[in-house]
Design a protein around this ligand. Structure first.
Ligand code: NAD
Length: 367
């Protein structure tokens, strides 16, 4: 499967590295960026055959799939253009800025019989896959409740161009929420309704990373979101995402079942430590990870989508999953504005079980 990568910014290195040297079913043929110098630098560093414009990529018959890793504001327009041109698309999170746009993309992909995939794919990493296995084996009984906390003070201290984190499509909810919500949906199934309260502590942020040191950013989104998400299974989840918090002692993600509890590693990572109350219902013990994908495996969702295309089945990091996550995020904002619970309409795709008894890079479907 030959891939054209659009967007050669901060996150692109790990994609270029993994797609060219870890996964055995992906090949990057070309890269593009509005800033051609950035694309030329990646061509050089990762021995990519061509630098192209997006339009050249879409006209190129050798490219089957577009990896859209531009900033969130361009996710919808580039994904739509690529689907219209007959290319499969895998896009970074969020799928789009608005649920209506995400829905249009999912429907367009279905109409054109093309695959649409979306990050995050961290839930296919060893940490969350181990948790999924424990839940599916009934090790903590029926999940009753969960707590998910992504609390930090924003990205302007380290990201070279952090403006997009405080624009529409950014904020802690749209930036970090997808990791947490995607993991929750994968582990607990479809969410049914959302109630939330959101706000912001700072109207302005000051960049302290090197290149733009001292530049001010207008904060256009809420930077603290507290939500209760009710899942169809009955599980009640407390989710808080914030860029307004300095230090905290909250867990990343915990699921509480009728027979025990599960401590889930940071869903923005692929590995981490999984802890569960297996022998004693009150004391946590470490659980061995079930797969070789514990290092930064960004792109595993794309590699798995390529496998799904060859097998003619649905992919795991799917457009439908990302659309459900997007609806949950948008509903958190809407619930806070309207002061009422929002009932969700979308349904995520069914998970496809992968065989983890395989060497790194060679994904296989189970059975
Ligand atoms: N930086 C991270 O740690 C990180 C981690 C995971 C996911 N992401 C996600 O990856 C995406 C990109 O993030 P980033 O940190 O790499 O951003 P970035 O600003 O560093 O890079 C984005 C690149 O896309 C290019 N671009 C924007 N619009 C374009 C267009 N229309 N055509 C061609 N090129 C275009 C920009 O010129 C820029 O080089 C975002 O959706 C972000 O949420 C980032």
């Amino acid at each position: 499967m030959k891939i054209g990568v659009v967007g050669c910014g901060n996150i692109s290195d790990i994609y270029f590295k993994n797609l060219t040297s870890v996964f055995n079913n992906t090949e990057v043929l070309a890269c593009a960026d509005l800033d051609e110098q950035k694309a030329l630098a990646k061509k050089e560093k990762y021995a990519i055959p061509y630098v192209m414009t997006l339009d050249e990529m879409l006209e190129c018959k050798d490219i089957d799939l577009i990896l859209n890793i531009t900033t969130p504001q361009s996710h919808y327009s580039i994904t739509k253009k690529a689907l219209m041109a007959g290319k499969h698309v895998y896009v970074e999170k969020p799928l789009a800025l608005h649920y209506s746009e995400g829905k249009e993309l999912v429907e367009l992909a279905a109409e054109k019989v093309l695959y649409l995939g979306c990050a995050p794919d961290t839930f296919l990493g060893a940490g969350i896959q181990t948790c999924e296995k424990l839940i599916n084996e009934g090790k903590i009984g029926k999940p009753v409740a969960a707590g998910a906390y992504m609390l930090c003070h924003g990205h302007e201290t380290w990201h070279p161009s952090p403006e997009f984190y405080y624009d529409i499509g950014g904020g802690p909810l749209f930036d970090m929420g997808p990791y947490y919500i995607t993991a929750l949906v994968r582990l607990l199934g479809r969410a049914e309704s959302v109630t939330a309260c959101c706000g912001k502590a700072f109207q302005e942020r000051i960049i302290t990373s090197k290149d733009k040191y001292g530049k001010k950013i207008d904060v256009k989104v809420d930077t603290h979101n507290a939500a209760i998400i009710k899942f169809e299974s009955g599980t009640i989840v407390t989710l808080v995402t914030s860029f307004d918090v300095w230090g905290n002692n909250m867990p990343n993600l915990e699921i509480y079942g009728t027979d025990g509890s599960l401590s889930i590693p940071d869903p923005n990572t692929f590995g981490g430590v999984v802890r569960a109350t297996l022998a004693d219902k009150k004391k946590f013990e470490n659980v061995e990870l079930c797969s070789p994908y514990y290092d930064n495996s960004r792109g595993i969702g794309l590699s798995e989508m390529v496998l799904a295309i060859s097998e003619g089945r649905a992919n795991n990091a799917s457009g439908l999953l990302a659309l459900h996550v997007l609806e949950i995020m948008e509903s958190i904002i809407k619930s806070s504005k309207e002061g009422k619970a929002i009932i969700l309409e979308s349904t995520p795709s069914q998970p496809v079980v992968l065989d983890w008894n395989i060497p790194l890079g060679d994904l296989k479907t189970f059975g």
